[in-house]
Design a protein. Sequence first.
Length: 321
Amino acid sequence: MLAGVLFALAAGLLWGLIFVSPLLVPEYPATMLSAGRYLAFGMIALALAWHDRHRLKRLSRGDWAEAFRLTLIGNLLYYSCLAAAIQRTGAPVSTMLIGTLPVVITITSNLLYGRQEGRLAWGKLMPALLLIVVGLVCVNVAELRGAAQRIEWAGYLSGIALAIMAVICWTWYPLRNARWLRANPDKKPGTWATAQGVATLPLALMAWLLVALMMNWTMPGFALPFGPRPEVFIPLMLAIGLFCSWIGALCWNEACQRLPTVLVGPLIVFETLAGLAYTFMLRQSWPPLLTLTGIACLIIGVLIAIRIKPEPIVSPLDISP
């Protein structure tokens, strides 16, 4: 349990970087950021695959199909929606919408997978979920209060819709990924992270070519293939491809093999907290009191959730006469 929580914390600290990277290159469209990140991830994974080739050969055709599905929805589609949402609403609002994932994933996994792995009692779980919701509301209110005068509402609302789409993608991804890892304890989490990276490469390459063609048509003045600031864009994509995608996925996979699926949800809040911390560091300002109150509620809610022990569900058929 402790090792799983620490791995989840490490993944959250790394994933938090994705909330500030779109702000560093605001002139780049979200689709280009997503394709660039995962193109870098795929090339890094391809280099690592040679060293892990013997384990990768043991993956079945079904395993590779699952890796393609996970990377398409949980990588490319998720990050395209998230990056676009951040550029439209600002990092804190998008971060906090993504921050609903601990609640959404916990409820979903409790409903779908509680029978197999043990369900968290709703009576014990509800205080933790309520604290997380209160924390999310506090941070959103604080951010909207500070930005109300400069919001462009059409872009803001479209950003909210894209962030909700990102939430849907990343509700499906970690639960599906965790179930595969729990069902395949003989597979190394690092091997599975590399497999997803290899599966990402052709998808990201196709996405990059499509984005380049569309931008050449719609934005003929945009410098291709690497945009107006390649000296910033290329190192940034390599950094988040390595740290956020491969090492982050490795840490998360390690956590998923050690923890019940229903506990995976609350621990995603580490990503939210890290994203908030990095955003305020970038702004070079302290968060307001209401934001700090929300962060405290999030932390307390997670601490309560991880202390709850899953309870097995006993079917009437399991009860002997």
